[in-house]
Design a protein around this ligand. Structure first.
Ligand code: SAM
Length: 207
């Protein structure tokens, strides 16, 4: 594990094959602010779908409290379901996840077709994040966002060598929609994720 500041948190694997799948590990630490928000917003047995579960990090964190989480992924979770053509036989209370970067808008639109509450983790450099945020801000049922800070530094080289490092330019932000919601309940939570360092280490089994 590299000794660069913050990089003890989690090693992010990256390879040629993973690039093709648009796989990018969601750092465990970035999921705790969502867990805190969701504990207050949904019952423990809410039916939750992670639409691109990868290694299953959302379930690892959210599953410490929530009891009904379904995971699908096109490449990494059998039976290898493509969310973009997915026709679930059940209704979910929440559809969430960290979508593949290249098709994030398609994931958002499809999730919003399938479910009343959609929570999407978007990771982006500052400028492109502004564009994403602008694109969605006027949709009436866009109710909030949870912004993790400090920003991460996560270039590919850093991912291979050092895992997550704070002090960079990558935003980790959740956008939340709930159909039927009105503008006046719009909120923004700013979450200093450094406070989750110990619980993240615990979940990783320490090292
Ligand atoms: C940003 S990663 C999510 C990482 C995951 N949250 C984790 O912590 O491991 C995006 C994931 O989308 C998956 N994926 C790509 N295209 C997909 C599709 N059409 N349907 C479902 N999953 C897809 C990739 O296999 C990858 O695991």
């Amino acid at each position: 594990m590299s000794s660069k500041d913050g990089s003890w948190i989690q090693r992010i694997p990256k390879s040629e094959a993973e690039n093709e799948k648009d796989f990018y590990l969601t750092p465990l630490i970035s999921i705790f602010p969502l867990l805190d928000y969701m504990k207050g917003a949904f019952p423990r047995d809410a039916k939750i779908l992670d639409f691109s579960s990868g290694t299953g990090n959302f379930k690892k964190v959210l599953g410490t409290h929530f009891t009904n989480i379904t995971e699908i992924d096109l490449y990494m979770e059998e039976p290898y379901i493509d969310f973009l053509t997915y026709e679930p036989t059940e209704r979910f209370d929440v559809i969430l996840g960290n979508p593949p970067y290249k098709s994030k808008f398609k994931f958002i639109d499809k999730a919003r077709d399938l479910c009343d509450t959609v929570i999407v983790l978007l990771t982006a450099q500052s400028e492109s994040y502004k564009i994403i945020s602008e694109k969605y801000k006027d949709i009436p049922d866009y109710v909030g966002k949870i912004t993790c800070y400090p920003k991460f530094f996560m270039s590919q080289e850093e991912c291979v060598d050092g895992g997550v490092k704070f002090g960079g330019t990558t935003n980790y932000t959740y956008l939340i929609w709930t159909k039927g919601a009105s503008f006046d309940i719009k909120f923004e939570i700013m979450s200093d994720i450094r406070k989750y360092a110990d619980v993240t280490k615990e979940l990783l089994g320490g090292y």
